[in-house]
Design a binder for this molecule. Sequence first.
Ligand code: MG
Length: 257
Amino acid sequence: MKTKLFMAAALLLAGSQSACAQHTTHAVAHRGYWKCEGSAENSLTALQKAHEAGCWGSELDIWLTGDGKLVVNHDPHTLDGLEIEKTDFDKVTRSKLKNGETVPSLEAYLDAGKKLAPMILVLELKTQSTPERNAELARKVVDMVKAKDMEAQVEYIAFSNQVGTELIRLAPEAQVAYLNGDKTPAELKELGYTGLDYAHKVLKKNSHWIDEAHKLGLTVNVWTVNKAEDLQYFIDHKADYITTNEPALLLEMLKKR
Ligand code: MG
């Protein structure tokens, strides 16, 4: 009798656990939350706003300057036309963003982000002009994250497989996802990636990759998803992260679930 009761209780517990195990999609602000007052892409304000909005993570883009230092910017050029890879750090970091802030150093960005833990920083390493500079960028970013003791608060993404595999080698415990959309989940697993981070059109065309990735233990991130119907599609298809320029809309939709 006791055994039967125990079995019944165990079954009940297992049933209730599976009923509760709802999949969670996390919101990642693409270049921070910049579509709001006083903000701009990849600015320190955008990072702060992503945190205030309640995002799980905030994405940023990293370049290596001409004199080998790390800055946060999306384009290869600053707004006033400086080519980052060919310009010294001091000059790049005096260049203005759209909201009047200057181009942040990665150091300033990480310091600000550390205060916003546990929000995750999704570090995109931009593809540099030479393989040597790609390797230098990966090494310097990983070193800086380690020096600041922020390994658990960052994830890495890259379009370049050279950069991605270098990150995997340098930081074997880190989460590293590939952006370029041209590799299957099985190929990524084989290379040592922990996830894929593909354009929404690529993932819609290959929607079976989401399940395949999950079965291989890979995470699924998707960019840059801005329309309500597309956000809903990837919530329904159980993406782990959605990278968006509309984090407030996504968070609102996630709350209603
Ligand atoms: Mg990016």
